[in-house]
Design a protein. Structure first.
Length: 193
């Protein structure tokens, strides 16, 4: 972090690390420096201040997920990536509302656009998964969490005061219930088309 006058400036790596650790100073800096740019772009392109706030929040959620992804590497500037995510989210929202009109296409270069589109699709899938996972019963959620954490079926059976065979069957039924619930959601069809 470099202080120029009374304002701090951060490197792109420091900004991503600050998002990951939820550093309040970094988050305030991002909001002060980058939100006005995204708000101006959205309000010029069929949006209002409220829509800009919502899109910025969603953009920050995507950035938070990316900051926690072990294989993510910021290959463009922080500002380019953040603006690209925000613009793509806004364009997706416009398409959903069928307010096509004159939708701008001044997104960053093709490499960044493809990366962002992929990241947003991953974000949407994860959001869908979380929503349906939360609808499972407590026991199913716990069994699947244990399994994803690498707990053996034998250990899961012991934790449930039952047999390994029952734990295996329970895990299978919980997975099946989760998959069927997700596949029945209309948003799933949108994400797989």
């Amino acid at each position: 972090m470099i202080k120029s006058g009374s304002r701090a400036t951060y490197t792109d790596a420091e900004l991503m690390a600050g998002i990951q650790s939820q550093d309040r100073a970094v988050l305030r800096h991002i909001y002060r420096q980058h939100y006005p740019l995204l708000r101006a772009w959205i309000t010029r392109n069929q949006g209002d201040a409220e829509a800009a706030r919502d899109i910025f929040q969603e953009t920050m959620m995507v950035m938070f997920e990316k900051a926690h992804s072990p294989d993510f590497q910021l290959s463009h500037t922080f500002q380019s990536y953040l603006m690209g995510v925000g613009k793509n989210l806004w364009l997706m929202q416009l398409r959903r509302r069928r307010q096509t009109g004159t939708v701008p296409v001044d997104l960053p270069g093709p490499d960044l656009g493809a990366t962002i589109a992929q990241d947003l699709q991953q974000h949407d899938r994860y959001t869908l998964y979380r929503a349906h996972f939360a609808r499972l019963g407590d026991t199913c959620q716990q069994v699947l969490r244990w399994f994803l954490d690498g707990v053996s079926l034998r250990e899961i059976g012991q934790r449930l005061n039952t047999t390994e065979a029952y734990a295996k069957k329970r895990k299978f039924l919980c997975q099946k219930q989760l998959i069927e619930s997700i596949e029945a959601d209309p948003r799933y069809r949108e994400l797989t088309e």
